[in-house]
Design a protein around this ligand. Structure first.
Ligand code: AKB
Length: 320
């Protein structure tokens, strides 16, 4: 990767991937694009372009202007939002991907598009979910993800486009809040603990899901895109995980550090039914073998860091 475009740069992953890639590849070799011009001010010193990823002509102009060779397509409506508006989710998720793949084909770019644990469904094995297994998701988000994986492989096989991706679990972070996901509770619980010493959890006790701290997710993006293509038996997409827990475990981990923290459950039926259809934990051995995936953060170390960073923001008055 030499000249990188991040589309959907203002979101949870993009807002941290931009500075991460700038550190590795140089400030001037990363371009951030997002439909929302307001996010430019949070992204620091980076070339920023307003882009609706469905606007092919403008997308092409930006790729040509910056001589882009690698695209991170982070545009997505997440799982819970998707269930509230399936037609819109399909339109945005699939059109952004199709545009990215077509432009990559024309301008010889590599493409990274995150897939998700949402690509699995109720008939996939729930424990140690294999890399290659039954994938019959029952959410529109998951259907977009499986289609996206297949389309990305198709563009590689048919046109030689260098497409690569990972099935991300819930990503936990402290810069930009996620929005509309089923796993968002695992981010929001830290803010609840610091701001209100209380959290209302939308998923029931016992709902295990794969999770990952943002620094590991950023490493996964770079490691996979830099991996020797000769070693990749898979491309779209690799199972990757760092930890699996259920709500009462993350609560207990935070409570050890904030003893007066309390939790109550108020179940969101849409999120519950989505989470029930997803794996408890995935087998990510193919990612480990094919490109050296090796996450560094676990629930304990992540909790220390999350509480420290969010606590500092709270003390500084950035959070109320
Ligand atoms: C969601 O919950 O929708 C996302 C995901 C796991 O893909 N965070």
């Amino acid at each position: 990767m030499k000249r990188i475009l991040i589309v959907g740069a203002g979101g949870q992953i993009g807002s941290e991937l931009v500075p991460h890639l700038q550190k590795i590849y140089g400030n001037n070799n990363v371009v951030a694009a997002d439909i929302n011009s307001n996010c430019a001010s949070n992204l620091g010193d980076v070339a920023f372009e307003v882009l609706d990823a469905l606007d092919t002509q403008r997308y092409v102009e930006i790729v040509k202007k910056y001589k882009v060779d690698s695209i991170f397509n982070l545009v997505a409506l997440l799982s819970a939002t998707g269930e509230r508006n399936p037609q819109l989710a399909w339109k945005i998720n699939m059109s952004a991907l199709m545009n990215s793949l077509e432009i990559a084909r024309e301008f010889n770019c590599a493409v990274f598009t995150p897939s998700s644990i949402g690509a699995f469904g109720p008939t996939s094995p729930k424990d140690n979910t294999p890399q290659d297994t039954i994938m019959r998701p029952t959410t529109i988000y998951g259907i977009c993800k499986v289609t996206g994986e297949m389309l990305s492989d198709y563009y590689f096989l048919k046109y030689g486009v260098d497409t690569r991706s990972v099935r991300f679990p819930g990503i936990i972070s402290n810069v930009t809040l996620p929005g509309g996901g089923t796993t968002d509770y695992a981010v929001e619980i830290y803010y609840g603990a610091i701001q209100h010493k209380h959290f209302i959890c939308p998923l029931p006790q016992g709902t295990y899901l794969d999770m990952m701290y943002m620094p590991d997710a950023l490493d996964a993006c770079v490691q996979l895109m830099e991996a020797d293509p000769a070693k990749l038996k898979h491309r779209n997409s690799f199972n990757v995980t760092a930890m699996s827990f259920e709500p009462s475990q993350i609560y207990a981990t935070i409570k050890k550090r904030i003893p007066d923290f309390t939790l109550e459950y108020n179940i969101d039926p849409i999120k519950k039914s989505i989470a029930d259809s997803w794996p408890n934990y995935m087998d990510d051995s193919c990612a480990r073998e094919e490109w050296g995936w090796n996450p560094k953060w676990n629930l304990e170390t992540m909790t220390d860091d999350m509480l420290k960073v969010i606590g500092e923001k709270y003390k500084a008055g950035v959070l109320k």
